[in-house]
Design a protein around this ligand. Sequence first.
Ligand code: SAH
Ligand code: SF4
Ligand code: F3S
Length: 442
Amino acid sequence: MPKAHIETFGCQMNKLDSELVRASLVSAGFEFVNRIEEADLILFVTCSVRDHAETRALSHIGNLRAFCRKRPDVIVGVMGCMAQRMGAELTERFPHVRIVCGTRAFPLIAGIVAEATRTGGPVIRLDEEFPENGPDREPSQRPSRHSAYVCAMRGCDNWCAYCVVPSLRGPQVSRQPREVIREIEALVADGAVEITLLGQNIDSYGRDLPGDYSLADLLEDVNAIPGLLRLRFITSHPKDLGPRIPQAIARLDKVCEHLHMPPQSGSDRILKLMNRGYTREYYLELVGRLRDAVPDIALAGDFIVGFPGESNEDFEQSMSLLREVRFQQCFLFKYSTRPGTRAEKMPDQLPEDVIVERHQRLLKEQERIALENHKAMIGREVEVLAEGPTRKKPEMLTGRTRRNEIVIFQGEAGLEGKLVSVRIEETTPVAIYGKLTNTSPV
Ligand code: SAH
Ligand code: SF4
Ligand code: F3S
């Protein structure tokens, strides 16, 4: 049986794409191995969102040059966003790369691998040839038995000035509600109890479909699927989060009290340059509305530090927004210039040392807030979906609260995929520890 290995970079959508690639290759007779040295087929599912993501993938790909010289039969393929962005440049720079496949051609990966094996390659399949979305997944091919990602929509129409995603993943295409629901029913029948709906801009789900079916309707329909315990959706764009969403989170029992809604900046001037379509005041108003409807909601955010033209004052606005909202979790990114974006051509690109310094300050502040948030949990009893043993201590399990906090507690392996109660006893900035109090709270 030929052996395959896959390395995944980037966002949840890429993780899902890797699962789909895996499913097609398993049906085509491949066996997956963890050790790259044992593989006959090595695939990289790549990300272009920041320069760092590309550099890491490129260095992994480059490192295989000597290995491929010794094993000329091995096929190396690059898939996903960076493959779409660089195209044939990849095979020119790395002659040992024999497949380049964009973000929509991956359902055809088995045929592409067969072609590369037959011809020696390179086989280059970019998305211009494939207008369609990916197919339904194979429910058995997912890394976790009890949690699964499900694609609700692909692509993005927002064109934030810094972002490469719309140019690499194309315009927004929502899947038909009945397809999404059918897939979730199959996953639940196969043991999944937690579903995360994915879309680059999930709040605008349905806008490209006929009729007025929206994300709130999808949440309602998925919530009604028997056997499902938890439902999440990412990522939310503040300008598209409609008035029915806070109500849906409050009303639908399976929809978790957690929302990833990146502000990106706290300065109106920068938000405008970024083309985000909302103001700081609007963002805060939305946070207020969400907290009125769902008092215990956990908000996660992303900020970009050092966007072109960001003054010290603009940066302080981001700092104060971060303090005011008190995010449960924040992803803080140093601005990275991406080829072909509008921001690339903007004046006043900031020097690296200024960006690094601001980034450090924001990180420190978020760490302080996270620690305070965690400390406030001590003594509380929370519902946790047990996920599996921790890497270092197999007798300890990790799991997530409905608010998406990771909790570590002692418990036996049979609890995986079950809802349990845990009393929080100790916290650090990165972890929350608790004691199991009930193994069948529902
Ligand atoms: N569609 C999602 C996320 C897309 S990429 C959304 O709009 O929220 C994930 C995060 O990467 C973004 O939220 C943004 O904070 C960050 N990001 C995107 N482009 C970037 C760039 N050029 N430099 C630094 N961070 C970037
Ligand atoms: Fe990129 Fe903006 Fe679309 Fe998110 S909403 S994927 S940041 S263009
Ligand atoms: Fe990266 Fe593409 Fe996702 S650029 S963040 S892998 S959509």
